[in-house]
Design a protein around this ligand. Structure first.
Ligand code: SAH
Ligand code: SF4
Ligand code: F3S
Length: 435
């Protein structure tokens, strides 16, 4: 056992990084280290980083700068995640404060790398699924817990770094996933969020994604199931049908389209068109009428014309989103789109982003307003800012603020919605048990 020290894991990027950070914390605790309140007072600081857009990957260097100028003894700094994978040894050259670099598929070796921090080791292998076998003791599970079932991506959208930072698409064996889901349920999870960069491409031996969901739904204690992120190409009829037949599967789907222009979609190497995408949404809503859809959009992809951007506004109007995330195209080194002609001015990108976000905001508000006066089951997940206030989630992933009364985090309660805003709802607990 090494000397017990305090650690802090700071997470950037997507839910898969959140999951990985939890796993790294467990590995460090298995070594006898204890969690510090913040990066400022930890002996070991792990920065779990994201490389998806330029601004995301720059954050790691400003964070390292902050740590370097911290008072007191210098911490051991480990850079993990997708920037670690993409930049590798370049990080130790550029940032003298960094002691360890570990990629997103190799973090099960973190304790050993920290023990060898003096050598400034760089570990960016992409071993298949090895990290999942090295789980430390599970900490208490959150009411809504992430569970990564699939890693990597084979889709190679021309703007995206993920296939390079996370490696090829691999699915975990169903038995290991189910065991982990049972363990999470045993530790208090009521909702399981199945994660993967292309979660709906999940397949292991004869288990496809729809079959896996059915097996997770059979676990006692699991009341809700979600999954993210899905690719339109893998939205099979069996999966759409699961939304009709499996009550525990929540009526909300994050289904990124990126653009409404078929020319741009083709240049992005997305395999769907605006029409096939909208047809999937129609099928989903036929399977389950109250299905809420969210999406991701990129504005200002190389060569995007004003008319093509307007096609994106048109698909948003046609899809009626409950939520959407939108980004200015960011050229990423090593991706095909970074070298394409017709890179768009920042001003034009900003203007398009504002227009798109204004439309999305309208849709989000309309979606939330439709909840006014209704009662719905809410999973209470965390404390609110005010004393006695809790924040929970509706089946449609809306955040709902309530006064807790005698109810607790982890309860599913019936709430009458009394307030609707662009990003949240407020309500009153009508029954302490969900109807
Ligand atoms: N696997 C998921 C999500 C990948 S990353 C999917 O295929 O949808 C999350 C989002 O970041 C993407 O959906 C996309 O909208 C955005 N994104 C990815 N690369 C980007 C880039 N180079 N510039 C701007 N946004 C990007
Ligand atoms: Fe990136 Fe496309 Fe893969 Fe999503 S599907 S992770 S956007 S390459
Ligand atoms: Fe970012 Fe890597 Fe996730 S680049 S979005 S942390 S897979």
């Amino acid at each position: 056992m090494p000397d017990p020290r305090s650690y802090f894991v700071k997470t950037f990027g997507c839910q898969m990084n959140v999951y990985d950070s939890e796993r790294m914390a467990e590995l460090l605790e298995a070594e006898g280290h204890t969690q510090a309140a913040s990066a400022e007072d930890a002996d070991i600081v792990v920065l779990n980083t994201c490389h998806i857009r330029e601004r995301a990957s720059e954050k790691v260097y400003s964070e390292i700068g902050r740590l370097k100028h911290r008072d007191g003894p210098k911490p051991i700094v480990a850079v993990a995640g997708c920037v670690a994978q993409a930049e590798g040894a370049e990080i130790v050259r550029r940032a003298p404060a960094v002691d360890v670099v570990v990629g997103p598929q190799a973090y099960h070796r973190l304790p050993d790398l920290i023990a060898r921090a003096k050598e400034r080791p760089v570990e960016t292998d992409l071993p298949t699924l090895e990290k999942f076998e090295a789980l430390g003791k599970r900490r208490k599970a959150a009411p809504s817990s992430f569970l990564t079932i699939q890693e990597g991506c084979d889709k190679f959208c021309t703007y995206c770094v993920v296939p390079y930072t996370r490696g090829a698409e691999v699915s975990r064996p169903a038995a290991a996933i189910l065991e982990e889901a049972r363990r999470l349920a045993g530790e208090g999870a009521r909702e399981i969020v199945l994660l993967g960069q292309n979660v709906n491409a999940y397949r292991h031996d004869r288990t496809d994604f729809a079959a896996l969901i059915a097996e997770v739904a059979a676990i006692e204690g699991v009341a809700r199931i979600r999954y993210t992120t899905s690719h339109p190409a893998d939205m099979t009829d069996a999966l759409i049908d699961a939304h009709r037949t499996i009550d525990k599967l929540m009526p909300y789907l994050h289904l990124p389209v990126q653009s409404g222009s078929n020319r741009v979609l083709k240049a992005m190497n997305r395999s769907h068109t605006a029409e096939t995408y909208l047809a999937i949404i129609e099928k989903l809503r036929a399977a389950r009428a109250d299905m809420a859809i969210s999406g991701d959009f990129i504005v200002g992809f190389p060569g995007e014309t004003e008319a093509e951007f307007e096609d994106t506004l048109a698909i948003i109007r046609a899809a009626h989103y409950a939520q959407a995330y939108s980004f200015k195209y960011s050229a990423r080194p090593g991706t095909p789109a970074a070298d394409m002609d017709g890179q768009i001015d920042e001003d034009v990108k900003s203007d398009r982003l504002h227009r798109l976000q204004a439309l999305v905001q309208e849709q989000q508000l309309a979606f939330n307003r439709a909840a006014l006066g209704r009662t719905m089951p809410i999973l209470l997940e965390r404390p609110g800012k005010r004393d006695g206030q809790l924040i929970g989630k509706s089946p449609w992933l809306q955040s709902v603020y309530v006064d807790a009364g005698s109810t607790h985090i982890g309860d599913i309660v019936t709430v009458e919605i009394e307030g609707a805003f662009a990003n949240s709802l407020a309500g009153r607990i009508a029954f302490a048990e969900a109807a």
